[in-house]
Design a protein around this ligand. Structure first.
Ligand SMILES: *Cc1c(COP(=O)(O)O)cnc(C)c1O
Length: 453
């Protein structure tokens, strides 16, 4: 392959890039070229800031590791052939493992027949996925709108809540500190991290944030709104905050928020983009608390780590605001046949392999192990917490969190900080992780902590 850093003809650059796609393996020369090409193009055409950021968790700090392929269900390979145990799971997208064969087979077959829908004829897989979601989601959640990302599922939820509540004169939303709901302008209005919000102010009007897990603070905010004549359209929450640092609320919190919503006629939107699809040891985290939302948001693991897809599932009462004119909220690629095939296969795998139950069992094993080890390092570690296979170690300061992630990377285990809380390093492997792999993680954590101390 002639090498293309200085290549000016875009047709040739595209051609050479396609050669990488078509290659199964890399020669030593390929490795050098692909490294320098990737770094150069990231620097000049993606965002040089990313390279600086990734440096902090790559060995030697010299240059970023470059991924090449998924290997086993729970491991991946970089271009040098290093194998990493994935304890990050793409922030929760690889729940059924990398390249799950059932998901791949469904997507490959659908790819041969019809990858994307005509937009005019009725697409069967969208209908069947909506039906399956109605059956696996709690209570009377019944209708689904499909998009392509978590943030889109939140946009749809906010718009549904607005459309439903505006005739009742209710326009405000309550969200929580530390919340992460995505970064498009609507969902960002509910997200709580100052650094993500400040450059884009003002965001949507009528959003209030209160302490997560504190029902009294929530009631206080409701009272304040009522005193100002502000009706609450909806309360939006993650049942367990993911990017906030894996924050688990008191057991009574979700049921109390549900009761408060019912009291004041507000809708409850639960963002299970990260906690859904078995991650916490039940299919949906709200099932731990026996709470049913009016609107449930799903994405990340829904596409089985193969296709992007999101769903906004609502009760008939709420969703019916879209019945008269289904075109008031649409998106071209949402619910496409490839994505729906992936999601149907994913749900089938989750149910038939009992992955939520496995997440509960291996999650408890891993969490207990982490708690035991971390108890020896009270100067480094503030807390270890989690539910199922959504776990975090909270360090005394950001620097320790970075150093830990970086040392784990050197030991070929992928972990990373949470977006809203750099002190907390998340452990979020595929739900297919084995007990032996959990044992390996524990022994490496023990080694790394000893080194850091
Ligand atoms: C990741 C995440 C989102 C945003 O999803 P994207 O696909 O990145 O837009 C929203 N909510 C929660 C809880 C998430 O973890």
């Amino acid at each position: 392959m002639s090498r293309y850093i200085n290549e000016s003809d875009p047709k040739i650059v595209a051609e050479q890039a396609l050669e990488w796609v078509m290659k199964e393996t890399l020669s030593a020369d390929d490795i050098t070229t692909l490294s320098s090409e990737t770094l150069d193009a990231f620097y000049h055409h993606v965002n040089p800031g990313f390279l600086e950021y990734r440096k902090s968790v790559t060995s030697g700090g010299s240059y970023a590791a470059i991924e090449w392929r998924a290997n086993g269900p729970n491991t991946l390979l970089d271009i040098h052939g290093n194998e990493y145990l994935d304890c990050l799971g793409g922030y929760g997208i690889f729940s059924v493992g990398h390249r799950n064969p059932v998901v791949l087979a469904a997507v490959e077959m659908q790819l041969k027949k019809q990858p994307l829908h005509s937009q005019e004829l009725l697409d069967p897989l969208r209908a069947l996925l909506a039906k399956v979601l109605a059956k696996i989601t709690p209570g009377d959640l019944k209708y689904s709108f499909f998009g392509n990302s978590g943030t889109e599922s939140i946009e749809a939820a906010l718009k549904l809540a607005k459309a439903y509540q505006s005739p009742h004169g209710k326009f405000s939303f309550i969200a929580t500190h530390g919340a992460f709901h995505g970064k498009s302008l609507g969902s960002l209005s509910a997200t709580a991290k100052p650094a993500f919000r400040e450059p884009f102010m003002p965001l949507l009007p009528g959003f209030h944030h209160v302490e997560f897990g504190d029902i009294a603070a929530m009631k206080q905010q409701v009272k304040q709104c009522q005193q100002n004549g502000e009706g609450i359209a909806a309360i939006i929450l993650e049942p367990i905050q993911g990017e906030g640092g894996v924050i688990i609320p008191p057991d009574s919190y979700l049921p109390e928020v549900r009761a408060l919503c019912d009291d004041i006629g507000a809708l409850l939107i639960l963002d299970e983009v990260q906690t859904g699809m078995g991650r916490t040891g039940k299919m949906f985290a709200c099932e731990h608390y026996h709470v049913q939302p009016d609107i449930l948001c799903l994405a990340k693991a829904l596409g089985g780590g193969v296709m992007p897809i999101s769903a906004t599932v609502a009760t008939e009462k709420v969703f019916s605001v879209l019945f008269d004119n289904p075109f008031i909220h649409t998106t071209t690629f949402g619910g496409n046949p490839l994505a729906c095939a992936a999601a149907l296969a994913t749900i089938h795998v989750l149910l038939s392999e009992k992955l939520p139950e496995k997440a509960a069992i291996n999650g408890t094993f891993l969490l207990n192990g982490l708690k035991k080890i971390s108890a020896k390092y009270p100067n480094l570690i503030v807390a270890v917490r989690g539910m199922g296979l959504l776990q975090a170690i909270e360090f005394n300061k950001n620097e320790t969190g970075y150093a830990f992630a970086s040392e784990m990377f050197r030991e070929k285990i992928l972990v990373a900080g949470t977006l809203n809380n750099a002190k907390s390093v998340r452990i979020e492997p595929p739900l297919t992780i084995t007990k032996q792999q959990c044992e390996h993680v524990l022994s490496v954590v023990e080694k790394v902590l000893a080194k850091l101390a």
